[in-house]
Design a protein around this ligand. Sequence first.
Ligand code: MG
Length: 301
Amino acid sequence: MFMWPVTPNRTIQLSYAVVATSGRIRSPEVGYHADSNELASAADLDRGAESLHSGCVDTGAASGTAAEPVCRAALAADIGSVCSMINAVVFDVGETLVDETREYGTWADWLGVPRHTFVSVFGATIALGGDYRETFQVFKPGFDLAAEREARAQAGQPETYGEEDLYPDVRPALSALREIGVWVGIVGNQTARSGRILRSLELPTDFVATSDDWGVEKPSIEFFEKVVEVAPCDAHEVVYVGDRIENDIAPAKAVGMRTAYIQRGPWGWIQRKKPEVAELSDWMIHDLTELTAIAAAENDS
Ligand SMILES: [Mg+2]
């Protein structure tokens, strides 16, 4: 993400949405009048699109990719970034709000595998680009997650989490966002049981839903379109916060939301240097409380 200064208190973000494989936007002359420091008009932005597009053609053509639509999509996302406030922030659950140390530690116990061994294979699976659920298959070929969840529940060892598993910044961050007028949602790939736990925690939120509730799960576009539907504002006024590039950041950006990548948990650390993270994340944060200052700055400018 580049930050171009406009006034001492205003910057424009060029987030390079969806340009990961086709080249970079290289023209800084878009989004503001260089002389007057005023925001550019729609016509200016349209002319800027041509500038941006021409800036992309070289690299796109050279690589054999379709540069034009990709660059226009990027510009549309950038226009949203330039012109909109942050009216809603929607959070993923696992490793964004909930520290899953207990979650996967108890799965290791259930499988009879040392916790260190389980989490090492888990990390290796992620690093190799696999689905984390392949970890279970390593230790128990044919592992059926739904059936094993039910078996754990029947054995009195259900998957669970509570207040003590929340990262310590969760309540302060959510409260602070609401205090400045931002709508706060929680929507993640979670079971119905997890949804009941989330609601029982009575977090300071305006909306809670899970993939089980909706019948669609990340990273499907339908999931993120539903996030936009429930949010009380346009997509470009929503920030989706997550720890996974492929499950959170990329699909949220694809439907026009802005994105904040939180660097924590297995994915957060393993994926942090992937080019897509920098290219598709409007913000990279280490603590959820950073979002308050981000929203305040955007909304005051
Ligand atoms: Mg997560």
